[in-house]
Ligand binder design. Sequence first.
Ligand SMILES: Cc1cc2nc3c(=O)[nH]c(=O)nc-3n(C[C@H](O)[C@H](O)[C@H](O)COP(=O)(O)OP(=O)(O)OC[C@H]3O[C@@H](n4cnc5c(N)ncnc54)[C@H](O)[C@@H]3O)c2cc1C
Length: 588
Amino acid sequence: MLKGGEFLVKAQEAATAFSPAQFDEEQHMIADLCREFMATHVDPNHDRLDKQEDGLMESILKEAGQLGLLGTGLPEQYGGFGKDEITLMLQTEILGAGHSFAVAYAAHIGIGTLPIFYYGTAEQKEKYLPKLASGEWLGAYCLTEPESGSDARAAKSKAVLGADGKHYILNGQKMWITNAGFADVFTVFAQVDGDKFTAFIVERGYEGLSLGNEEHKMGIKGSSTRQVFFADVKVPVENVLGEIGKGHYIAFNILNLGRLKLAAATLGGAKRAIDHSVRYANERRQFKVPIASFGAIKHKLAEQALRVYAVETALYRTTDLVEHKKKELLASGKTDAQALLGAAEEYAIECAILKVYGSETLDYVVDEGVQIYGGYGFSEEYPMARAYRDSRINRIFEGTNEINRLLTVDMFVRKAMKGQLDLLGPAKSVQDELMALPSFDEGPMHVLDNEQKAINNMRKAILMCAGAAFQTLGARLEQEQEITMSIADMAIELYISESLLLRVQKLVAAHGAEAHSLEIAMCEAYLADSVDRLHLAGKRALNGFATGEMHRMMLLGLKRFTKAPAINGIARRRLLADALIAKNRYFL
Ligand SMILES: Cc1cc2nc3c(=O)[nH]c(=O)nc-3n(C[C@H](O)[C@H](O)[C@H](O)COP(=O)(O)OP(=O)(O)OC[C@H]3O[C@@H](n4cnc5c(N)ncnc54)[C@H](O)[C@@H]3O)c2cc1C
C-alpha cells in the first residue's frame, strides 16, 4: 500500500486500488437504508427545513439516530456499530445529497462527536458517546471566532481555573457554529492562562452559555448556524478534552477525516444534480427537439459525469488506504480511536486534495446544472437553485480551499524534511532524464498505455517544477503562495487522474476492454484535459520564479512531460452523454 503522499513519487498497482465495484452486500444494504431515509424523511422536507421550522431538524436527526445512522463508525461499546470507513463514507455520500440536513448530520457525526471519541477519557466517552450515537444528544464544534477563522489558534476565548480548583471559568464568543441552535454538547476551544490552546466539553445547560440569532445565509438555510457566547461558564475540570495546551491537535486532526467526508457529501450532492440535469435535458424541448440532443448540452452532461466519476474514484481509493492503515495500527496495539486518528493523519494530503476537488466539482456540476435548466434554473420552484446555493459553502468550511491547497504542499515538504517521503531522489532522476536525449520508444501496445505514460510523466513534471521551486526559493517558497497553489493544483491533477486510470485499468483487467469501452473513453477524455491543466499550472509556477536559461530549459522539460495523448474528446464525451441520456440518470 502507498504511504501518505507517496503517490507523488510512486505508482500504485491497479489491483490494489479499491474501486466502488467492490462494495459488499452489507454496504449496499446500508446504502439502500440511507436512500430510503432520504426519500421518506429528508426529501419531502427541504422547504420546511429551509424555513427552519421549529424542532424539525432535530427530530429528523433523532430519527436517523434511532435507525442507527449516527453511530455507524463508533465502536459497539459506545452504542455504535463499528463499521469500516468505506461503509461510513458510502453513507455520508448518500445522505450528502440532503442539502441542509446533510450539513447538520455531517457536523453531528463528525466535528460534533469525533473529538470526544478521539481524545476523550474513558469516563467522557462513556458519558457522551452513547447519547451522541443514538441522537438523544446532538453535538457541535466551536472553534471559529469573529476575528479568527483560518488562523484558528489566534482564538481569544479564554478559560482560567476557578478558585475552587474544580472548574474552569470560560469566557468568549464563537462564530458560525453549525447545529448551535439545538446542540446539547459543544466542543469549545479556548486559551488557558493566556496561550495554552485547549478543548473543553461544554453542555448546553451550563449557566452562562447563550446563543446569537440564526445567521442569514446564502445557502444551507435549514442548517442552524449561530454565534455561541460564554459568560463565566463554569466547566468542570473533568471536561477538559485531551491535555491543556494541546487543543490544536484536536482542532486540526479532526479535520482530516472531515475533509474526506466533505468530499463524500459533495459527491452525493453532485450525483443528484446530474440526475436532475439529465432528466430536465431529456424533457425540455426547444427548436422542436429535446435540448439533450444539442452538442453544447451533451458536453455539459458528460463533463459533469466525468468529474463526478473521478471524485468517486479518488474518494474510495483514499478511504480504503485509510481503512488499511487503521487496521495496521489496530494490529500494532493502538486503540480504535488512536488507529483511526493515525490513519487519517497518514493520508492528510489525500484528504485535503479530495476536499478541494470534491467541493470544486460540486460547484461546477451545479453551475452547469443551472445552465442546463436555463431560466428555470434561476427559479426557486426548481431544484437547481437550492443545489447551487447550498454548494458554495463547501469551499469555505473544513479549511478554505486556499488553506487546503497550501497545506497540501506544506505537508509534502514536511514529510520530505522528516525523511518520511523521498522527494529528492526521484526529483534528481527527473533532472537527469531531462539532461538526456528523449527516448523515442514504441507507441502504445495496449489499451490505456498512453494514459499510463501520461500519468508517469505528470509525476515527473510535478517533481521537476516543485524541485526547482524549492531549490530556487528555499524557505521563501512559503511566502510565494501563487507558486505553491499552482504546485498544489498539479498534485491534485495527478492524484485524481491516476485514481481514475487505476479504476479503469482494474475494470479492464477483470472483464476485458470491450466490456468497458465507455469507461476507457472517459479515462482517455479526462486524462487528455488533465495533462493540459497540469501543463498550465506548471507553466504558471515556473514563470513565477525561473529566469534565464534555467527558465527556458524548465519550460521545455514541462512541455516534454505534458504531451497530452491525441484523442477526440468530443466523440468520447458524446458517448458518455448519450449513455446518460439513454438511462435518464447518473448510472456509473
Ligand atoms: C455556514 C458555516 C458553517 C460553519 N460551521 C462551523 C462550525 O460548526 N464550527 C466552527 O468552528 N466553524 C465553523 N465555520 C467557520 C469556518 O470554518 C470558517 O468560516 C473558515 O474556516 C474560514 O474562516 P473565516 O470565515 O474567518 O475566513 P478567513 O480566515 O478570514 O479567510 C478569508 C479569506 O482569506 C483566505 N486566507 C486566510 N488565511 C490565509 C492564508 N494564510 N493564506 C492564504 N489565504 C488565506 C481564505 O482562504 C479566505 O479566502 C462555519 C462557517 C460557515 C460559513
